[in-house]
Design a protein around this ligand. Structure first.
Ligand code: NAP
Ligand code: SF4
Length: 668
């Protein structure tokens, strides 16, 4: 029986029939600009097409130099550039898929001195002020879009997605916030949407009727002075008239002061806005943002919220997400946890994207998982992220793997992370590992501490015993009011009302979030916390934030100067900080800890002595590697490997742990 009657239904667009209702949304991978990037991109997209993505959209390519995101960012302006794309389109078509190129003009979001925008207004997230584009510049830009579209068509693409949302160039034209022009391209809405419509018309004229045009329309800008709902509907209707085939949903601008795709955003938090537009126009609509499971996608379609579902990062996490769903193998799906750590955060650091839960993503031509020719009996000590990743990959290659875990469940630190509001997606990761343990016949021994007398049963050993919390060394740390983050997050101990947190790294932030509770975990709670107005009372759909008053006091502290949480992910750290600020968590740097006593916690903050009247002190002072077994292993003469937190507790994170486990398993 087909469990996904809506999702798996072909999408007939007249001249093209897509095999299902799933769009693999546009993602910049960094391969667009890399040497040999197109061969690698071809392998990347081919795998997703083989996994039966209904339609793929590439990362953004600029139609001209000014529109590039970075000085040497990807563009499509010449025959020479177009020829390289043929590798991608051939690979996808051979796999039975369809693919569109995304045309993205960054406007004032480009990070170089030649950026242009409707008006010379600097974006708060970019160091450069744009030049106001001239009228002749606008006309040339229309031609550039049409030229890029023809090149894309020549390169074998089935169509285009025109990026008109997230605050990029065309979105900058459509809203009064960034368009202050007095000519025919500014002023009333009809003028502000003249440019995108002219581009659509010109592309249609150049490429003919059998070329798919998707317009990514900003359905909710989430900035002051964005578009009103009436303007958005008018714009959508005009696009429909201009011959666009599909409208994809754009949510928020990059400069919006709220998270829209990170893990703290509840699943499916924005399908309501696509549904709202569906009442107004007949054109098929695609919905998006925080949709990461086929079950949820099916529910959205069944509820009539949209005609297609866009998932981007879930295809990094698992290229086979759709085919697995189709075959009823949902438990085998490696679910995207929306952490951004290895995808968007890499891009912001000018690295190639990958995926925290799938280190093979974007490395399709580099890593090969081949069956082993020498089967080894391998003991893995510790079923945390590193040990799990190693165990399932090595077993998949044909090794005989025994996984020793001294506690009653797999997961290690992931079991703590999953308790933090907004991080429940880690349950999916654990479900995936449990399924893979069974599938690849890993011999899992829970409640079993490895001892050296078990060495004889194995050819090699992998020590993935993880970490232990680092004591802070603060005088009075043994006080009964002191709790380690492990004790707190595991539920072994509870904190009082007023709390001081020692250490403002990733775990300190997680602990503060845990103490605040899960008010923002529902869609309604999320909308209240971040001020999202579903009634669109004001253009941009923002309203004052509504926060539940709370008289408890949380202090989050660190000794170093600089802002707390500076080491958190580039694309999510600001949102974690904003969440704590919203809830009046006191965040202090330059703290000197003096003494924890029965009555208070004595500190100095920026030289001033303070007595914090707190009920609990939570120690989040980092970790130390758990290396109890190392000396014995060293003496045993048995070949062994150390991975994950046991190898290096400093800057440990799940991304590194999973990657280390995977890489070792490929070569062992
Ligand atoms: P961390 O990021 O290294 O932070 C440790 C904190 O403890 C720092 O604030 C440090 O600040 C403080 N500290 C260190 N030694 C101390 C001492 N002796 N006494 C008092 N304070 C001390 O480690 P973590 O928070 O345990 O996180 C571990 C890893 O997991 C990190 O790589 C982190 O990025 C990652 N993680 C990330 C997230 C996320 O992105 N949301 C969530 C959880 C974990 P001072 O030395 O300035 O006092
Ligand atoms: Fe999803 Fe995180 Fe992987 Fe990005 S790195 S695709 S957000 S799991």
């Amino acid at each position: 029986m087909n469990s996904y009657p809506n999702l798996m239904q072909p999408m007939d667009l007249g001249f093209i029939v897509l095999r299902n209702r799933v769009l693999m949304g546009s993602m910049h991978t960094g391969l667009e600009e890399a040497p040999d990037g197109f061969r690698r991109l071809a392998a990347f997209y081919k795998l997703r097409a083989e996994g039966e993505a209904g339609l793929i959209v590439t990362g953004g390519f600029s139609p001209n130099r000014a529109g590039r995101l970075t000085p040497f960012g990807a563009k499509l302006t010449t025959n020479h550039e177009a020829a390289k794309h043929q590798l991608i389109t051939d690979a996808v078509h051979e796999a039975g898929g369809h693919i569109c190129l995304q045309l993205l003009h960054a406007g004032r979001y480009g990070v170089h001195p030649f950026i242009v925008a409707p008006s010379a207004l600097k974006a708060p997230i970019v160091p450069f002020k744009p030049w106001e584009i001239t009228e002749s510049g606008i006309l040339k830009t229309i031609d550039s879009f049409a030229c890029a579209a023809s090149l894309a068509q020549k390169a074998g693409y089935d169509g285009l997605e025109i990026m008109g949302s997230e605050g990029y160039f065309l979105n900058q034209f459509s809203v009064p916030k960034t368009n202050k022009r007095q000519d025919q391209w500014g002023g009333p809405i009809e003028n502000r949407i003249r440019l995108p419509l002219a581009i659509v018309n010109k592309i249609r004229e150049s490429c003919g009727k059998s070329f798919l045009i998707i317009y990514r329309l900003s359905l909710i800008d989430l900035v002051e002075n964005g578009n009103s709902w009436e303007e958005i509907v008018l714009f959508a209707k005009a696009l429909e008239q201009a011959g666009v085939n599909l409208i994809n949903t754009g949510i928020g601008w990059h400069e919006s002061r709220m998270p829209t795709i990170a893990t703290m955003v509840p699943r499916g938090a924005f399908t309501w806005v696509t549904h709202k537009l569906k009442q107004e126009i007949a054109l098929p609509l695609i919905t998006t943002n925080r949709i990461n499971s086929p079950q949820q996608a099916e529910e959205i379609l069944a509820a009539g919220h949209a005609d297609m579902i866009s998932m981007a990062r879930p295809f990094l996490a698992d290229p086979d997400i759709i085919i697995k769903a189709k075959k009823g193998l949902e438990n085998e799906i490696n679910t995207c946890i929306a952490c951004n750590q290895a995808c968007l955060d890499h891009i912001f650091k000018h690295q190639t994207a990958s995926c925290l839960v799938n280190p093979a993503a974007c490395k399709e031509t580099e890593f090969e998982l081949v069956p082993t020719t020498v089967v080894k009996k391998i003991a893995v000590i510790g079923a945390g992220a590193a040990g799990l990743s190693f165990a399932i990959t090595a077993a998949q290659r044909g090794h005989v793997v025994t996984l020793y875990e001294k506690s009653a469940e797999i997961g290690g630190q992931l079991n703590l992370a999953k308790k933090v509001p907004g991080k429940a997606e880690f349950y999916e990761t654990l479900r995936y590992y449990n399924t893979m343990i069974t599938k690849w016949k890993v011999n899992l021994l829970l409640n079993t501490a490895f001892s050296l007398d078990m060495l004889a049963d194995h050819d090699e050993v992998v020590l993935s015993s993880g970490v232990i919390p680092r004591p802070s060394g603060i005088s009075g740390e043994q006080s009964s009011k002191t709790i380690s983050y492990q004790e707190l997050l595991s539920g072994a101990r509870r904190a009082g009302k007023n709390v001081a947190i020692v250490g403002a790294g990733g775990i300190g932030f997680d602990v503060a979030t845990y103490l605040l509770g899960d008010g923002a975990d529902t869609i309604a709670g999320y909308q209240k916390e971040w001020g999202i107005d579903t009634s669109f009372a004001k253009p941009g759909a923002l309203k004052p934030r509504e926060l539940t008053p709370d008289d408890s006091q949380i202090y989050l502290m660190q000794r170093k100067s600089g802002k707390p949480g500076a080491g958190l992910g580039k694309t999510t750290g600001w949102a974690h900080r904003a969440h704590l600020q919203n809830h009046k968590v006191t965040m202090w740097s330059n703290v000197e800890y003096k003494e924890i006593t029965g009555d208070s916690f004595r500190i100095e903050h920026e030289g001033e002595a303070k007595n914090l009247d707190v009920d609990s002190v939570i120690i989040c002072a980092g970790q130390l590697p758990q290396l109890e077994l190392l000396p014995g292993l060293e003496q045993s003469g048995k070949p062994f490997h150390v991975i994950g937190g046991a190898k290096g507790a400093h800057e440990l994170d799940a991304e590194r742990a999973i990657q280390e486990g995977y890489m070792l398993a490929l070569i062992i």
